[in-house]
Ligand binder design. Structure first.
Ligand SMILES: [Fe+2]
Ligand SMILES: [Fe+2]
Length: 211
């Protein structure tokens, strides 16, 4: 039995759904055996039969979608596509006396990010998903928040610093993806590890340019 107190239980509705129920706010449902709290349907059915129960449960029963692997892969695709465009753009606008090596590096990075994007498209298709294709979705789903590249390319330092932020966001994202897939999906795990190694290399090259 549940005697008040605040417990929060995660319920698996489908693989990706999580619901939380705060028992303090549903006192009339507290006679549900504790084990039933692991079964969202039992809680839901009990709530419907209890006078006022439906209204009581509904406001606290929030269903939060956890990102599935396909969501993660689409997030990767969105981020890589935007990063590729950004680096290509920067490679063309970088100007000034010492801009040539940086411009070359940005172009190489753009090619590298396109390659990443292409691998994620392939993986999404292999897994039976649909790669996102609308540009508006790229910005919404990307693993970093996109901001416009500078209009003029003479502030090389600012460009490098912005790019470092992007590379560090990529590293964090792939670290998370790699640990999430380590025991469940070796192919995606390896892709995340490979991407992480590439981003780390780029991060080092950019940092060296700041010295
Ligand atoms: Fe990348
Ligand atoms: Fe990168």
């Amino acid at each position: 039995m549940v005697f008040g107190g605040r417990i929060s239980v995660r319920y698996a509705l489908k693989r990706a759904d999580v619901a939380r129920l705060d028992t303090l706010r549903v006192p009339r449902l507290q006679d549900i055996p504790l084990c039933d709290f692991h079964n969202i349907l039992a809680v839901w059915n009990k709530a419907k039969k209890t006078p006022g129960g439906y209204a009581m449960v509904r406001p606290v029963l929030s269903v939060k979608k956890e990102p599935t692997l396909l969501d993660d892969l689409n997030q990767a695709l969105a981020g890589e596509t935007l990063a590729a465009f950004r680096y290509l753009y920067l490679s063309k606008i970088a100007s000034g006396i010492s801009s040539l090596p940086l411009s070359k590096l940005f172009k190489e990075m753009a090619d590298g990010e396109w390659d990443h994007a292409s691998r994620f498209i392939e993986r999404i298709i292999q897994l039976g998903g649909v790669p996102i294709s609308k540009p508006v979705e790229w910005e919404k789903k990307a693993f970093f928040s996109y901001s416009d590249p500078p209009r003029r390319g003479n502030d090389l330092k600012a460009m490098i610093k912005e790019s470092l932020k992007l590379e560090r966001s990529s590293l964090e994202f792939y670290q998370r993806l790699a640990s999430k897939t380590r025991d469940t999906d070796m192919v995606t795990h390896k892709m995340a590890m490979d991407a992480m190694a590439d981003e780390a290399r780029e991060e080092r090259k950019l940092t060296a340019l700041l010295d």
